[in-house]
Design a protein around this ligand. Structure first.
Ligand code: FES
Length: 214
């Protein structure tokens, strides 16, 4: 008789369970591929929050810049610096006195080539818009139909320092460095005149050639 405890012989089910366990440990592919450590999860969350913050800030800044540019964009600009209505062609008699346009800050005359006097048209034919600002120091230049200069009546005469200009704005006397500036004139098919007061050409002896025939 012996006291040794007899180890029970492994059954088939036991052998099968052991074999399966060995296979799982020996095969790394059996470890789930999606397993992510808690540290990795934390980093990825932080990256997402940071990206969201900067993305949101960028969109907000872009929107603000867009609104600012939209605010600066000129719309329906009227008055001096933009298009100014100046009446109809028929409002201006050929050879008549220049008319003042306060909104556009210009004088408009319909020049007659037959007005051959010294302060006259110098052969110009048609409409001419003269900026009223004196090229010397910027005083407002009036048309003075009764002003006599060297025996001829009807000149533009600056009240500040006496610069004197013909009906076409050509300087004949005074400290002004050049003739009166001209503005661009547009006339539609119905005879409506628009002066582009933002389109100014420095005055010169060629002012008479800038008249728009009507
Ligand atoms: S500002 Fe007109 S002459 Fe001086």
């Amino acid at each position: 008789m012996t006291n040794e405890t007899q180890t029970p012989a492994p059954t088939d089910a036991w052998r099968a369970a052991l074999a399966t366990r060995k296979t799982e440990v020996a095969n790394p592919a059996a470890i789930p591929a999606t397993a992510v450590s808690p540290v990795d999860q934390d980093v990825s969350r932080r990256t997402f929050i940071r990206a969201s913050f900067w993305g949101g800030l960028g969109v907000t800044l872009l929107g603000s810049v867009g609104l600012f540019l939209d605010f600066l964009y000129p719309r329906n600009v009227r008055g001096f610096g933009g298009p100014v209505p100046a009446g109809k062609v028929t409002d201006f008699v050929k050879g008549g006195e220049p008319k003042h346009n306060a909104e556009g800050q210009f004088w408009m005359a319909n020049l007659d080539p037959a007005e051959t006097r010294a302060g006259g048209s110098a052969g110009a034919d048609g409409l001419l818009a003269l900026w009223r600002k004196c090229p010397h120091l910027g005083c407002t230049v009036p048309w003075r139909g009764t002003f006599d200069f060297e025996g001829d009546k009807g000149w533009y005469r600056c009240p500040c320092h006496g610069s004197t200009y013909t009906k076409t704005g050509v300087r004949v006397f005074g400290p002004a460095p050049r003739s009166m500036d001209t503005m661009l004139i547009e006339i539609d098919e119905a005879g409506n005149i628009t002066v582009q007061t933002g389109s100014i050409t420095p005055g010169g002896p060629d002012n008479p050639t800038r008249a728009v025939k009507v």
